[in-house]
Design a protein. Structure first.
Length: 522
């Protein structure tokens, strides 16, 4: 059965109803959000929770943000009013982006944004040739990762210039034009200097796309300015922090810059309508980096589909009442408290009720509207947790546990792992009465690159004591990637892949957890 057919089965057999939307309180049919992504990825729905893909959720109508990490970070911002399917293929997105020096890719689909809206404004074209020393100020300010502006020397000589640095901006009559540059929120100022002890080195970016003439941006400036593919520009390639750089200005005045921050990675964004694809490119002095984005392929790999869905009511009660209820088919789950009414697509489900040390478990086939009464009895379950690294801290429902072999009441549990040098990871486990389960979780090492940004001063005015932003040219914190699946390719440094392995141990289970087609989950 191919991937598309498997997901159609998925749509027909179940959905995930998170506790954030307690359907037991009313009989109103919720909206449905399905994430069609390769199995085993982690989908984070902001304000709702993190789930293993593929997954379906019943949610109240509204705006939701989905994030899936890995070699490619995918962000989808959607407005959900009925049945909505988000199709995500990170591997196809990665294949659609090519180029030198790319260490991270982020694809964004935002239904409420138009990243090409600046097409209403005149583009910076044609660019003019600037005679002698000096430059044409494009009146563009980029505040992060350090204050920067865009200037032109000619059609092929566009520069992204950082604040408070000494720059070589072309030549005049065979002599280099060395400038001390200050960038603020409204303009760029320069001052000719000589005898500079450090001059910012340049790398060149060449940006192209399929189709051509798409909007592109540098370092997150997509709400500030507009260029079109194909185009090239020079960017700083500062490989290390530089301390106490000096130069001599007019009249013999010495300009001293205490600190020029490292800046050797840049975000390059290519956009069309609701789509923005950003690549983090690590550069070296005098290098040329060609980046190409096939936007047609990206839009096929990340898209939204809306379709109707038939659901049936399942009314669940228990003795005693007010028990926690989990409805699952092995992949999809729904939660509430008795008495409750669930709205489920046709299929085979297992219903688990728990209250204290009491629990019950029953199977139900949803072909018509159904009622179920569960009588709770004393029962327990066992859970073994294996972690990589071994010294990871384990939190069970937010509380640290020292023992890795646990005897628990049946029901729903959240497990979080933390370890120095690794990204935190959370997952959810559902235990049936008399079940024994072993889970093995491997954490992903923290990315080798993280941008640390400090805010600029309130005035935006930059003086000769250096830039007012601290930069460690690495991937921003909010773009840290989630686990890659085993065997997937990586860009840049090799991070330990994170993947979750789950296996049921042999045990006396009073109720069998089944998959979407009624087979027992092993």
């Amino acid at each position: 059965m191919n991937k598309k057919a498997l997901f159609i089965v998925f749509l027909l057999v179940g959905l995930f109803i998170p506790q954030a939307y307690p359907i037991g309180e009313s009989h109103e049919k919720p909206g449905y959000l399905f994430v069609d992504a390769p199995a085993g990825l982690v989908a984070d729905i902001r304000g709702v929770g993190s789930y293993i893909t593929p997954v379906g959720l019943a949610l109240p109508p509204g705006n939701y943000t989905l994030r899936i990490g890995g070699n490619v970070t995918v962000v989808a911002k959607v407005s959900m009013t009925s049945e909505t399917v988000i199709h995500v293929n990170p591997g196809a997105i990665e294949d659609a982006v090519s180029g030198d020096g790319i260490v991270s890719i982020r694809a964004i689909l935002n239904e409420s944004a138009n990243y090409s809206r600046e097409r209403l404004n005149p583009p910076f074209n044609p660019l003019q040739e600037i005679p002698g020393c000096g430059f044409g100020d494009l009146y563009i300010n980029i505040p992060k990762p350090v204050p920067m502006g865009l200037v032109e020397r000619g059609p092929m000589d566009v520069y992204l210039i950082p604040n408070g640095t000494f720059l070589h901006l072309g030549d005049s009559k065979g002599q280099p034009c060395i400038e001390y540059v200050r960038v603020n929120a409204i303009s760029t100022h320069m001052e000719s200097v000589s005898n500079a002890t450090y001059v910012v080195p340049w790398a060149r970016l060449e940006i192209n796309s399929v189709p051509g003439n798409l909007t592109f941006y540098v370092n997150g400036g997509h709400n500030r300015y507009i260029f079109y593919t194909p185009m090239g520009l020079y960017v700083p390639a500062i490989l290390r922090d530089v301390h106490n750089a000096t130069a001599v200005a007019f009249g013999g005045k010495t300009i001293r810059v205490p600190l020029i921050r490292r800046l050797d990675a840049h975000w390059v964004g290519v956009a069309r309508d609701h789509y923005l694809v950003e690549s983090l490119v690590k550069v070296t002095p005098n290098g040329t980096y060609r980046i190409n984005v096939n936007m047609d392929k990206v839009e096929l790999a990340l898209r939204i589909e809306r379709k109707p869905l038939k659901v049936l009511p399942l009314k669940v009660d228990s003795r005693p009442e007010n028990a926690s209820i989990v409805v699952t088919n092995g992949v999809l789950r729904a939660f509430s408290t008795t008495p409750a009414t669930f709205f489920l697509p046709p299929g085979n489900y297992t219903v688990i009720a728990s209250k204290g040390n009491l629990s019950a478990c029953e199977s139900v086939v949803m072909g018509n509207a159904s009622n179920l009464l569960l009588k709770l009895h004393p029962a327990s379950a066992t859970l073994e947790i294996v972690t990589h690294p071994d010294n990871a801290t384990v939190l069970l429902n937010g509380k640290e546990v020292e023992v890795r072999n646990l005897t628990l009441s049946p029901g729903r549990y959240n497990i979080t792992l933390k370890a120095p040098g690794y990204l935190n990871r959370s997952m959810e486990v559902i235990l049936a009465p008399n079940e024994s389960r072993k889970i093995e979780i491997e954490l992903e090492e923290e990315p080798a690159m993280v941008v640390v940004i400090h805010p600029s001063n309130d005035t935006g005015e930059i003086v000769s004591n250096g830039s007012n932003a601290s930069v460690d040219t690495r991937i921003p914190i909010d773009t840290q990637t989630s686990p890659a699946t085993p065997g997937s390719a990586t860009r840049g440094s090799q991070n330990g892949s994170l993947w979750i392995k789950m296996a049921l141990l042999a045990g006396n289970r009073g109720c069998v957890l089944s998959d979407a087609e009624g087979r027992e989950v092993r």
